[in-house]
Structures are given as structure tokens and as C-alpha cells.
Design a protein around this ligand. Structure first.
Ligand SMILES: Cc1ncc(COP(=O)(O)O)c(C=O)c1O
Length: 211
């Protein structure tokens, strides 16, 4: 294909190591991982291995790693899931005004379901401040959902501090690391944030297979 590809924010080429690791499953080991026979068990073992590797990379429990087809699916799954399971406790959600449509549209959907959503503004550098969350949060707030790295300008939000505010006030915290690089995802690893928060990471952005 002619031209120079400059859209690594959207997705990256597959890392050759990842392609090599996947090839046996694409070419030969086609079983359904839910099947009890040997074809299924082989694939199931491969998925468990991959889950363990992702967990080690992030420093979380492998049981907490859920694979989805992409960021949009993960956002829908998590935000609507929290609304359904915690909606009896409160009906308020906090997010930022600069979320990707994959989050914003789910929030708009929740508003149609009777939830109140606060869209917090960012400053001139595209940054949010934990104090904004502190001011907006109420006893009705069940979820704070703030992106980590912005997909347009690359601003990295202070997720660790925002998570502390959410948890101190009894709300769940989630974030999407769809645009994170090897460097910018480090704070998650160093902190205990993701042990108690949901974090969406991207296979597409990290040079792995993308749906
Ligand atoms: C911050 C953010 N959230 C969600 C998405 C959607 O992810 P996907 O294309 O994997 O569905 C993107 C895509 O670029 C994104 O940058």
C-alpha cells in the first residue's frame, strides 16, 4: 500500500512477536475454548496463559483480566454493567468533557435511563484536577469514569489521585488506557490503583492483535 501511516492513535501494526504467538491458533488450533474436548482445552490453555501474561504486565490478578473485541465494547460492558449492578445505591456518574465517544455515548445513554451525569471541564492544557471530582461527587455517585491518555491531544490525567477521591467517597473508579504507551501505563503498575479500579487497556495500541 502506498503512503505513510500516521494514525497509531487509531491502531498499530501487529508486533511480529504477537503475530508469531497467534499464528498456531489462527492456522491450526481452532477449537472453541468453552468445549471440553482436547481441541477446546488447547485453546483454553492458550487463553489462560495470555491472561496470566497480561496480568503480570499490569500487576493485577489474572482472574480480573477480561478480553473484549476492543475499547468500545469494554466501555459499554463496564459502564452499563456498573449502572445495572449499582443503580440501586445511587444514580449519579462523573466523567470528563473530553471523553472519547465510546464513553460519552454510553453516558448519554445512561441519562436516557434516568441517571445524572456530570461532565467535568478540563483546563487550557486539557487537564482535569482531582479537586473537581471532590466537588462534584455526592452520596449518589456510583461511578467515576475518566480516560487516562486523551486520544486527540495526548494529555495524561492524574488517574491515581482521582481514583483516591472516588474510593474515599464510596464510588467505583474506571479508566480507559486505549491510548497508553509503554511509558504512560507505568503509573498503573507502580500504584495499586488498578487493583481496585477497572482499567481498559488496548491491544490495538500496544501492537497486539486488534479486532
Ligand atoms: C480513549 C478511547 N476510548 C475508546 C476508543 C475506542 O476503542 P476501539 O476502537 O478499540 O473500540 C478509542 C479509540 O481510539 C479511544 O482512543
Amino acid at each position: 500500500m502506498a503512503g505513510i501511516y500516521l494514525d497509531y492513535n487509531a491502531t498499530t501494526p501487529i508486533d511480529p512477536q504477537v503475530a508469531d504467538a497467534m499464528m498456531p491458533y489462527i492456522r491450526h488450533s481452532f477449537g472453541n475454548p468453552s468445549s471440553g474436548h482436547s481441541f477446546g482445552v488447547e485453546v483454553r490453555d492458550g487463553m489462560d496463559r495470555a491472561r496470566g501474561e497480561v496480568a503480570r504486565l499490569l500487576g493485577c490478578e489474572s482472574g480480573g483480566v477480561v478480553f473484549t473485541g476492543g475499547g468500545t465494547e469494554a466501555n459499554n460492558h463496564a459502564i452499563k454493567g456498573v449502572a445495572a449492578s449499582h443503580g440501586h445505591r445511587g444514580r449519579h456518574v462523573i466523567t470528563s468533557a473530553i471523553e472519547h465517544p465510546a464513553v460519552e455515548e454510553v453516558c448519554r445513554y445512561l441519562e436516557g435511563q434516568g441517571f445524572t451525569v456530570t461532565y467535568l471541564p478540563v483546563d487550557r492544557d486539557g487537564l482535569m484536577h482531582p479537586e473537581q471530582v471532590e466537588e462534584a461527587i455526592t452520596s449518589e455517585t456510583i461511578l467515576v469514569t475518566i480516560m487516562h491518555a486523551n486520544n486527540e491531544v495526548g494529555t495524561i490525567q492524574p488517574i491515581r489521585e482521582i481514583t483516591e477521591v472516588a474510593h474515599r467517597n464510596g464510588a467505583l473508579m474506571r479508566s480507559i488506557g486505549r491510548q497508553d504507551t509503554r511509558e504512560s501505563r507505568r503509573p498503573w503498575r507502580r500504584s495499586a490503583v488498578h487493583r481496585r479500579a477497572q482499567v481498559v487497556c488496548s491491544q490495538g495500541r500496544w501492537g497486539a492483535l486488534h479486532s
